[in-house]
Design a protein around this ligand. Structure first.
Ligand code: GUN
Length: 305
């Protein structure tokens, strides 16, 4: 085959996994379900979010989550607290929401100020309303394969695999990053005996020796290490499926916002080797928020069926 055709064939085969499109489809489905509830005169799902302090990225995320709720017809409540708010105040607010039967899901945006224990806060949220899936009960259930709230980012990745009909069974999935929010639950989900699981999983982290050696063996790479552009094409096996969870604000004076969002994967470089990649922005991010909406709907159904 002439070289030009080869290049064309390779470019054409690389699939851009479009989270915006998938999110749009699933949002429409949720909107439809909410409108059925409204027609029946029923209460609609309600998500509450707590944010403490003025961290720019956290405020953006919470605003987007509120906006998502509006788009699908959920009720939403955002409670904004000063940076100096005491742990006690926060814990008692959570207790009030736990006992409010009109609220189905509660999230406390992380990170929290240093004087507030993230552990105490996540454990205070009732597991029935833990739509982030961060409570020990939720994560314990996930580990055992019991029905639970899957944390939003791993949930979003599963939706992406499902929507693009990506075969996972018997594949080697390398997860890079061991956070309780993404890497660890993702490694568990990919190993489970479920339609978008059944992988052989390797979980790599900051102390992994010769990380490249493991990434190179992966049929599916989940990059969740928080280092912009870290995964290069040379680290990948030909035809690998690359899921980029990274979303770091990198200073950029040419951009009106003063920053650009960068993933953990060098997209252009990796595109020459991978068979499919999620871009940043527009890949996993929009689906993460869908995970939260779906969990809120699930919580609603758990108590209203
Ligand atoms: N901070 C970063 N990601 C998340 C998330 O998924 N949920 C919450 N509550 N805080 C976060």
């Amino acid at each position: 085959m002439p070289l030009i055709n080869c290049i064309f064939a390779e470019t054409r085969n690389m699939q851009r996994l479009n989270g915006v499109e998938v999110a749009k489809t699933i949002k429409e489905q949720l909107k439809e379900k909410v409108s059925e509830l409204q027609k029946e005169g029923k209460r609609v799902p309600h998500l509450a979010a707590i944010i403490v302090g003025n961290d720019g990225a956290s405020m953006t995320y919470v605003n987007s989550k509120e906006n998502d709720c509006k788009q699908v017809g959920f009720n939403s409540t955002v409670m904004r607290f000063e940076e100096s708010t005491s742990e006690e105040t926060l814990l008692s607010t959570i207790e009030q929401i736990n006992s409010n039967s009109e609220i189905d899901g509660l999230i406390v945006q992380l990170p929290l100020p240093k004087h507030i224990s993230e552990l105490k806060v996540t454990q205070k949220i009732s597991p029935e309303k833990d739509v982030d899936g961060f409570h020990t009960v939720s994560l314990g259930k996930l580990l055992k394969g019991e029905d639970t709230f899957i944390p939003a980012t791993p949930y979003g990745i599963l939706m992406m695999l499902e929507q693009y009909n990506i075969e996972t069974s018997g594949k080697h999935c390398v997860v890079v990053g061991r956070s309780n929010i993404v890497g660890r639950p993702m490694s568990v989900l990919m190993s489970q005996n479920t339609p978008y699981g059944n992988c052989t999983v390797t979980l790599c982290h900051s102390r992994t020796r010769n990380l490249e050696h493991y990434v190179q063996q992966a049929d599916i790479v989940v990059a969740a290490l928080g280092k912009p552009g870290f995964i290069k094409g040379s680290m990948l096996k030909k035809g690998a499926i690359v899921i980029d969870v990274g979303i770091t604000r990198v200073e950029d004076s040419a951009n009106p916002k003063g920053y650009v969002l960068k993933g953990d994967v060098d997209f252009d470089d990796a595109s020459t080797v991978a068979s499919a990649i999620t871009p940043v922005p527009g890949g996993v991010g929009p689906l993460t928020r869908i995970g939260l909406l779906k969990n809120t709907f699930k919580s609603y159904q758990n108590t209203n069926n």
